[in-house]
Design a protein around this ligand. Structure first.
Ligand SMILES: O[C@H]1[C@H](O)[C@@H](O)[C@H](O)[C@@H](O)[C@H]1O
Length: 572
């Protein structure tokens, strides 16, 4: 197919930011940036200062997604992991209040708390466990295993004969969900072309919130069915997407990056060519492939350095790998991953999702419709708000979304806190204030849905180098679940003590998040994963930098770039 016909044309030079890569070309021989446009789409820019190159396979946004349909389809499939996660969160609110469910189990507040908490604690364990499995076996095998665990957990829940049975089902299901919530974004990051990586990864958030919406509405509709079917059906339905993803895990393309590290170079090149829809001789493909080799080689050498004292014990080798997250050259990324999820959760999104109906009652709005507006509506707004993020995240970058999104979220919460201060708990006689508060919650959700919602699932899988990527993603995801757990636990207490204080706390967290993202988060949009290391320039990385140059020479990347530059040079 002629790519120009399907709207996939080479990038304009100004779309490619030219001042990042630092490779060893001969400066004296290159006067202006050499720009190569490819007939299959894509651009390579060789820098005039002789220090680097930059490339993109094509534009970002919708045309980029259309062209990369194979990577898109694979990412959509992997995002079923997010769907299961969201569904489970969305369905439980309705299940817990169903007539048969309440009468049958006579669950007290403690049991209910335990049911919610067990899923989150199980997920915390699942995310950490997946951090080990994803490297030891493969991303695909781990996705498959997580699905199996998830299906077992769901089976236990929908067939529960006792409350204990149900609680254990939540815990087991949670392990699967937690593992998938870490594995899906990790896998997506590793198969995506740089120019649409943000869009593809934002699909995770789209799937999560689609799951929240589907879960909520399924429970909403089945709650009128008489008997146990009202809650067994919505808990059973989730098994089907679980099975679909488990089966699909066999046909998903493997992560080419992991294949390289496992030594399967030919296989990795074939997979990469399929994912990028390029011929294996394609120049851009060759560059990306060689970059992956450089990264893999770097990892192997530093692994050898790091694990030489613990040759015979698998556990201590594994422990050494986890400990690397705390090394000076990686600690700032570990903090970014953990804080990213911390801020996502402390933004208060789940306070609204889990306790939306209670909040509505507190501000004087009640009834079925209001409950729907409160919880169901928040899910829908979240869902709609991810769409612009998918389309523009690679063009606008992650940072502006975080910065402005955080400020808008903080502003909305602050407004609600001020309203609450003004009405002094007498919402009944201030119905306008009540509706303004609902409007503000929607505004918050829209801002969250385009910023901290999706970006928190993108950045942690991007910032870490391959050697510790799965561990970094796992620790960040664990931070998500831990903070999720705390928010779920303390929000009702917080709200009963002070509505003003609750919203003020969330407002402060959002403003802090905005400030933090402005000053401490690097922009990863359009940067190949192998190049992200350079965004975190630190003294500790200098040794690696020299090693990298050496490996670039060894694998032939240096020579390839040099040849291309010379080929295109103006005759003097
Ligand atoms: O990104 C997701 C999403 O926003 C969900 O609605 C929320 O429940 C999760 O905690 C969060 O991680």
């Amino acid at each position: 197919m002629n790519n120009r016909e399907d709207g996939y044309v080479a990038l304009a030079t100004d779309v490619v930011d030219v001042d990042e890569h630092q490779h060893g070309l001969d400066a004296s021989r290159l006067l202006a940036p050499v720009v190569k446009d490819y007939s299959d789409g894509g651009t390579l820019i060789l820098l005039p200062d002789g220090k680097g190159y930059k490339y993109a396979y094509g534009p970002s946004g919708l045309p980029g997604l259309r062209h990369n349909y194979f990577a898109l389809a694979s990412a959509v499939f992997a995002s079923i992991g997010g769907l299961l996660f969201g569904y489970d969160q969305g369905v439980i609110a309705n299940v817990l209040v169903m007539k048969d469910f309440r009468e049958r189990w006579q669950a007290n507040a403690w049991d209910i708390g335990l049911m919610t908490a067990m899923l989150e604690l199980g997920a915390l364990a699942g995310a950490l466990l997946a951090g080990t499995l994803a490297d030891r076996y493969s991303r695909k095998a781990s996705i498959f295993s997580a699905c199996v665990v998830f299906c077992v957990g769901s089976l236990l829940q929908c067939s529960a004969q006792s409350l204990g049975h149900l609680i254990w089902g939540r815990a087991v299901g949670g392990v699967g969900i937690g593992a998938l919530s870490m594995l899906s974004p990790l896998y997506m990051a590793e198969i995506s072309p740089p120019e649409v990586r943000g869009s593809l990864m934002a699909l995770e958030q789209l799937a999560i919130v689609l799951g929240v919406v589907l879960g909520f509405w399924t429970g909403f509709f089945t709650r009128r069915i008489p008997g146990a079917a009202s809650w067994r059906i919505p808990l059973a339905i989730q098994i089907f997407p679980g099975i679909l993803l488990a089966v699909g895990a066999f046909v998903l393309p493997p992560s080419p990056r992991l294949m390289i590290i496992q030594g399967d170079f030919d296989g990795a090149l074939q997979v990469l060519a399929r994912l990028r829809r390029r011929h294996i001789e394609d120049e851009l493909l060759k560059i990306e492939f060689l970059e992956m080799q450089v990264e893999a080689s770097l990892i192997q050498r530093s692994e050898e350095r790091n694990t030489q004292h613990s040759k015979d014990s698998t556990i201590s080798v594994e422990w050494t790998r986890w400990k690397r997250l705390l090394e000076p050259k990686f600690i700032d990324r570990t903090i970014i991953g953990i804080l990213m999820m911390f801020f996502q959760q402390w933004s208060g999104i789940n306070a609204l999702l889990y306790y939306g109906p209670i909040l509505m009652h507190q501000i004087g709005l009640g009834g079925d419709t209001i409950e729907l507006i409160g919880s169901g509506g928040i899910g829908i707004v979240q869902f709609i708000a991810v769409v612009p993020a998918i389309l523009f995240i690679d063009r606008l970058g992650r940072k502006p979304l975080l910065q402005w999104g955080g400020a808008a979220m903080g502003g909305s919460h602050l407004f609600i806190a001020l309203l609450a201060l003004f009405v002094q708990n007498d919402w009944q006689s201030h119905s306008l204030a009540g509706w303004l508060a609902v409007g503000s919650m929607y505004l918050f959700t829209a801002a969250y849905g385009t910023s901290y919602g999706p970006v928190a699932w993108i950045l942690p899988s991007e910032v870490f180098p391959l050697s510790i990527r799965s561990k970094g993603a796992a620790i960040s995801t664990a931070s998500n679940w831990l903070n999720n757990f705390f928010i779920g636990l303390i929000t009702p207490v917080f709200l009963s003590v002070s509505v003003v204080g609750t919203f003020l706390t969330f407002a402060i967290a959002c403003f802090a998040a905005s400030f933090w993202s402005r000053y401490y988060v690097p922009e990863t949009a359009n940067v190949p994963l192998e190049e992200i290391d350079r965004l975190f320039k630190s003294d500790a990385g200098r040794e690696d930098e020299e090693l990298r140059h050496q490996i670039m020479k060894d694998v032939g990347l240096d020579a390839l770039i040099r040849d291309m530059a010379m080929e295109n040079e103006e005759p003097q």
